[in-house]
Write a protein that binds this ligand. Sequence first.
Ligand code: GRF
Length: 199
Amino acid sequence: MAHNKKRLAVFCSGTGSNFRALFRAVRERELPAEIVLCLSNRSQCGAFDFAHEQDIPTLHLSEKQFETFEEFSLAMVAALRERGIDFVLLAGYMRKVPDAVVEAFSDRIMNIHPALLPKFGGEGMYGIHVHTAVIAAGETESGASVHLVNEEYDKGRIVMQRKVPVLPSDTPESLAARVLECEHSLYPDALEKLLAGQS
Ligand code: GRF
């Protein structure tokens, strides 16, 4: 029933391929949820292009628009509360979520990370750096992790993980592409689990 749908905000900074995968999954799997906001720290990004195409409201919110980080944090909490957001999904959001938001949405924020946490997580481990480090470490498998967000980078409880092989011929770019494809099925599965209250 429409009024039972959970209201989702997706935070992005870039292409938004995970955002697209989540949007498709909500529709195709008929999940009891609706993406009602795409928030970005950037005024223009691929995620916003898609949101405009699909008539999903967007919000450009950056700390640069505020005098202090605290004001920015409070504006983000207010924006989420005003829209009645139930869950926040970070999908390639390249900023740390302010503590005030993490506290206000405790256990209701998920992130996807392109490695098998707790390995290859934490500060500086983002984008291609992750895959370069995985190959340099001689790993034979990598993958993606969806986790709940807490005040420390990539340290919240893991909701779901999925593995992919690392091939001897892999470059960071070829591994990144394999992991990203895996993310596109993993994130919707983790969302389904979250909505079912099993996270
Ligand atoms: C993904 O690899 C995700 O794990 C990481 O940033 C990338 C986002 O890609 N946090 P996209 O914007 O969803 O295409």
